[in-house]
Design a protein around this ligand. Structure first.
Ligand code: ADP
Ligand code: MN
Ligand code: MN
Ligand code: MN
Length: 351
């Protein structure tokens, strides 16, 4: 990473706002920069903008403008100073939410059930690939690393790859104001996890999307590609998920276990609907991961249990001991849209 002598030049009172949106894939994001008079202290200072939807698989060439509406602001750890990252929602030319905009409905639901004070925490798993995006970062050029076992939470050059990226991402999230909660090396070599949360309501989606942008952007500096594919390597290698931890105010208080079990039972009758929302391909991607092996439950069955990592939903041991707390939905895929995931959960347990 060569330093760039121009980057400490004064900005003359202007700031750079990097607008981020979700593209037609429902899982990748795009972004572009706008100069603004600084400093920006509120979302109302940021205008709507647009982009060419025919280049992002979000519209046809003849009516190609898609509108982006700023919805939340973070500090920009790359440009620093008063420069900002801006999470946006996509709208079609007629003003209706674009089909890739899952946030609009999510926000409505979170507002409707705000009294329940829903908290979420998402464990984002991902895999590092080399610059080609095809070869897992640090894996031998020919063949495979030794079998899984020593890598989870490992230390040492023979056990973990890419820690510099992990540390840079962690610090950059803290700087940005993303509620990163922790990180760990995963079961498959070059696979990692970080957690974001607890976040209230709509913040979960905003914070997770921005944390993903920061991750991909940090990795770019290291010539590494981040994959959110839920099963990047076939065979006896763990997949990647987005375990989603959930609680409402009632669940966090004395006697909360009753509310937790009630919520899980409501969710149990809607397994297929949840699976459809838990990856951007209505369950196809996740079917490669949720096999019943490698700490997953089969995509075809719903199950729950205390401390059981082979279930769809796990109640943490500590929560059972205390009699209150939260529960973990282990089904969402690493490439899920957190707005879609938190929407269906709130719908199932609160409506
Ligand atoms: P695991 O044991 O499944 O690996 P982690 O420690 O990786 O769990 O992640 C736990 C997640 O749960 C964190 O993101 C944390 O913010 C979140 N969390 C903790 N308490 C709550 C709560 N009361 N409601 C919702 N999420 C919570
Ligand atoms: Mn975890
Ligand atoms: Mn994990
Ligand atoms: Mn987990």
């Amino acid at each position: 990473m060569a330093s760039n002598q121009f980057m400490d030049l004064d900005q003359n009172g202007k700031v750079q706002a990097y607008y981020i949106w979700i593209d037609g894939s429902g899982q990748n994001f795009r972004g572009k920069t706008k100069t603004m008079d600084g400093p920006i202290t509120s979302i109302d200072q940021l205008p709507e903008w647009n982009f060419d939807g025919s280049s992002t698989n979000q519209s046809t060439g003849r009516n190609s403008d898609i509108y982006i509406k700023p919805v939340s602001i973070f500090k920009d750890p790359f440009r620093r100073g008063d420069n900002i990252l801006v999470m946006c929602e996509c709208y079609a030319p007629d003003g209706t939410p674009h089909p890739t905009n899952k946030r609009e409905e999510c926000k409505k639901l979170m507002d409707e059930f705000a009294d329940e004070i829903p908290w979420f925490g998402i464990e984002q798993e991902y895999t590092m690939f080399d610059h080609t995006g095809k070869h897992p970062y640090g894996w031998p050029t020919n063949g495979y690393p030794g079998p899984q076992g020593p890598y989870y939470c490992g230390v040492g050059a023979d056990r973990v790859q890419g820690r510099k990226i992990v540390e840079a991402h962690y610090r950059a999230c803290m700087y940005a104001g993303v509620k990163i909660a922790g990180t760990n090396a995963e079961v498959m070599p070059s696979q990692w996890e970080y957690q974001v949360g607890p976040c209230e309501g709509i913040d979960m989606g905003d914070h997770l999307w921005v944390s993903r942008y920061i991750l991909c952007r940090v990795a770019e500096e290291f010539d590494v590609v981040i994959s959110f594919d839920p099963k990047p390597i076939d065979g006896d290698w763990n997949g990647a998920g987005c375990h989603t931890n959930i609680s409402t105010k009632a669940m966090r208080e004395e006697g909360g276990m009753e509310h937790i079990v009630k919520a899980i039972e409501k969710m149990s009758t809607k397994h297929d609907e949840h699976i459809r929302e838990y990856d951007p391909t209505n369950g196809k991607d996740n079917a490669r991961r949720l096999t019943g092996l490698h700490e997953t439950a089969s995509i075809h069955d719903f199950s729950y249990g205390v401390a059981n990592r082979g279930c769809s939903i796990r109640i943490p041991r500590q929560c059972e001991k205390d009699g209150y707390g939260y529960f973990e939905d282990r089904r969402p895929s690493s490439n899920c849209d957190p707005y879609a995931v938190t929407s269906i959960i709130i719908k199932s347990i609160c409506q």
